[in-house]
Write a protein that binds this ligand. Structure first.
Ligand code: CA
Length: 490
């Protein structure tokens, strides 16, 4: 008989608890750093020459930079739950942000998270910063989190259940809390700190000290800045994803009388400069944490991971935000500095955010939970390229596509409901290989997109249905079905 989920959780926790007894080698500390909406092309170590990220770059120089790291559902709450559980949205239960807020879909409490398993195995655990799930944090000895998105300035935090307002800038305050936890640690126990910033999420607000540093330069526009969305019906309909349509209200100092092209340029320069200022504040604060680890001689005994909850369109395709399976949104920075890992390495194999929990648990010597669907990146971090590593990735985006009815969770079909109103990108799933991507928008008719990523890395030319692509399309459709079965998304 298959164990129930509760039995599976209890058995995982028991295994984790026993792991600390039998394991003799010393266990590393864990510093997991996650930011919100930080796109992978916008760090120095990923080739950006404008934004200054010396501490993120240091981690890459002393560790491994993953050049094909992706998310399974490009949205805040689902991605956070995926990182915690190592499982896809349909397993942990959080498919969208709005659903989480309305408590239509909550995280399944029976699905174990890596902090719970580490805590049961004897780790001291804490979270500081953004949480963004509808339930209180579990698996943490201590937690200080922002309610929902939180505020950039003078933010309220919830500290182990009690709300309190703090003076200052959220990124700095979050780091103060992270350092408070680190300063309480002793050699008696390894620790795991989940250090998650709300920045650089919209409204892109840098601290005043970093607000004006890019005033005298022009940020280059991405090659798809003036995308006309030819061959891509859904992209064309997603008008509210365009920053020149949706960000105008964020900037009261937008000059009057600009024509459409000039307004678009002004808004782009303004929002990207603010975005970069917010990223640099994260980097400065990461430097404070790394400096403390250095001072305490803990750096080499700590597994350090830097990533973002999802990618972002930083003007790419004329857009801001994420959601779509297109590269700027699907792709995230992923840097790992690990005890015994290679230094200054880059890796091409495709990793997913479901791999984070298994990686952390393997370094800690704690067995993964049966519900975890990812694979530990440790061999890659040590320089291997396993021949059986995944050759394709599966993506599934849902927001606003489900409702809770008397029959449970059902696909949304209410008359008059429009997917393509603000942030309601139609649900879609897809498969990506090293060379191609196939996307299926299954709720708005039966619309497909096929891209040849080697010839068309900007995904401008939808080849679906064009002669000569029959074989590759059939192969990708079969692979998409195989992955749905493999991840039990049926
Ligand atoms: Ca996000």
């Amino acid at each position: 008989m298959r164990p129930t989920r509760r039995q599976a959780l209890q058995s995982s926790l028991a295994l984790a608890a026993s792991a600390c007894n039998w394991r003799r080698v010393s266990r590393p500390n864990i510093l997991f750093v996650m930011t919100d909406d930080h796109a992978s092309g916008h760090l120095g170590c990923y080739g950006n020459r404008i934004v200054k990220t010396p501490h993120m770059d240091r981690l890459a120089a002393e560790g491994t930079r993953f050049d094909n790291a992706f998310v399974t559902n490009s949205l805040c709450a689902p991605s956070r739950a995926t990182v915690l559980t190592g499982a896809y949205s349909h397993i942990h239960g959080i498919r969208g942000n709005s659903e989480a807020k309305n408590a239509v879909e909550n995280m399944d409490p029976k699905i174990p998270t890596y902090p719970q398993l580490l805590q049961a195995a004897g780790y001291a655990t804490a979270i500081a910063g953004k949480w963004h799930l509808s339930h209180d944090p579990v698996g943490f000895d201590t937690w200080r989190v922002l309610p929902g998105q939180g505020d950039y300035f003078n933010p309220t935090f919830i500290e182990n259940g009690t709300r309190k307002k703090y003076e200052g800038y959220a990124t700095d305050v979050t780091t103060d809390f992270a350092l408070d936890f680190l300063k309480q640690q002793t050699a008696a126990k390894p620790w795991c700190l989940v250090y998650q910033h709300k920045a650089p999420h919209r409204p892109f607000l840098p601290p005043p000290r970093l607000a004006r540093q890019f005033e005298k330069i022009d940020i280059p526009e991405p090659p798809t800045f003036n995308d006309a969305y030819e061959t891509r019906k859904v992209a064309r309909e997603a008008e509210d994803m365009r920053f020149d349509v949706s960000l105008e209200g964020d900037y009261k100092d937008l000059p009057k009388g600009l024509d459409a092209a000039a307004k678009k340029k002004w808004l782009y320069q303004r929002f990207v400069k603010d975005y970069y200022g917010a990223i640099q504040a994260i980097d400065e604060n990461l430097g404070r944490v790394l400096g403390y680890l250095d001072q305490q001689k803990m750096t080499d005994d700590t597994l350090i991971i830097y990533t973002s909850d999802n990618g972002f369109f930083v003007g790419d395709h004329g857009w801001y935000d994420k959601r779509f399976m297109y590269e700027p949104s699907l792709r995230v920075p992923m840097i790992v500095r690990a005890p015994g890992g290679r230094k200054g390495a880059a890796h091409e194999l495709m990793t997913l955010n479901i791999d984070i929990a298994p990686t952390i648990l393997e370094y800690a010597g704690v067995p993964v939970a049966p519900t975890m669907q990812g694979t530990s990146m440790r061999p890659l971090i040590n320089g291997a390229a396993p021949v059986d590593w995944r050759k394709s990735i599966y993506y599934s985006y849902y927001e606003n596509s489900w409702v809770l009815s008397g029959k449970g969770l059902e696909a949304r079909a209410d008359p008059g409901f429009q997917f393509f109103t603000p942030h309601r990108i139609g649900p879609h799933r897809g498969v990506r290989t090293a060379t191609h991507k196939l996307i299926h928008y299954y709720a708005e008719g039966d619309y497909w997109e096929l891209f040849h990523l080697e010839r068309d890395p900007n995904e401008l030319n939808n080849l679906y249905g064009q002669p000569g692509n029959e074989a590759v399309t059939a192969g990708l459709k079969a692979e998409l079905e195989r992955l749905r079965g493999h991840y039990r998304d049926t």
